[in-house]
Design a binder for this molecule. Structure first.
Ligand SMILES: Nc1ncnc2c1ncn2[C@@H]1O[C@H](COP(=O)(O)OP(=O)(O)OP(=O)(O)O)[C@@H](O)[C@H]1O
Ligand SMILES: O=C(O)C1=C[C@@H](O)[C@@H](O)[C@H](O)C1
Ligand SMILES: [Mg+2]
Length: 206
């Protein structure tokens, strides 16, 4: 698998959640749902949780309250997860959650953070299928994707323990690869092991 370790795990006790970060369209929600199925852990998709809490869609939050208000809701959500000592949960995040520098230590405190990266071409293709991403509703989305990737890639790097290029990988390959790396990350003596998942055990034997 095309992956690399982006930073060392902290030596302090880790919260045993799996978090997915990365640009719009790189598959955070899709892989989050798959990890939830395979591992049986609850799933929190930050975009969906914020929409539920606000009682309106992300395009409406951006249009009516502004992007800054949405960013505050993202930070509040991470703070609540830490305060509630959330454990054994899959957390898919919104693509811009790393733009608030305060969120980076919060993400890492919550658990094992995987950066799903993609080529600009794949991002363009996947995000052009629907119009629910307000930032990309502009005249030249491809140019904006390049600009935002240049700004955000160092932040995804800083926020994550592992980077995986998801452009050419199937959903089950990504899921099983992430689980294998999470098992390794959580192999500290004070961490209970992740549950076994027969789908990935069978796949890894092939
Ligand atoms: N590995 C993959 N192979 C092929 N298609 C994929 C893969 N991962 C995701 N997709 C497709 O790409 C589209 C975007 O995926 P998804 O909504 O999971 O992205 P996201 O990272 O959650 O984006 P956002 O940041 O906007 O929430 C979906 O149509 C999904 O089915
Ligand atoms: O990349 C971004 O800034 C965003 C990504 C989506 O997941 C949503 O969180 C929202 O559309 C903003
Ligand atoms: Mg998503």
């Amino acid at each position: 698998m095309d992956e690399e370790t982006t930073s060392q795990a902290s030596s302090s006790p880790v919260m045993q959640n799996i978090l997915l970060v990365g640009f719009m369209g790189c598959g955070k929600s899709t892989i989050g749902r798959e990890l939830h199925q395979v591992l049986g852990y609850p799933l929190i998709d930050s975009d969906e949780a914020i929409e539920q809490q606000a009682g309106k869609s992300i395009p409406d939050i951006f249009a009516q309250d502004g992007e800054a208000s949405f960013r505050d809701l993202e930070t509040q959500l991470l703070e609540n997860l830490i305060q509630n000592e959330t454990q054994h949960t899959i957390i898919s995040t919104g693509g811009g959650i790393i733009t608030n520098p305060a969120n980076i230590p919060l993400l890492k405190q919550l658990g094992f953070v995987v950066w799903l990266a993609c080529s600009p071409e794949v991002i363009f293709e996947r995000t052009s299928r629907n119009s629910n991403r307000p930032l990309l509703q502009c005249d030249n989305p491809m140019e904006l994707i390049h600009t935002l990737l240049d700004q955000r890639n160092p932040l995804y790097q800083e926020a994550s323990h592992l980077k995986i290029n998801s452009s050419n990988l199937e959903i089950d390959e990504l899921t099983c690869g992430i689980l294998e790396s999470a098992r390794y990350h959580f192999s500290a003596p004070n961490c209970p092991p992740l549950p076994q998942s027969s789908a990935c055990t069978a796949r890894n034997r092939q």
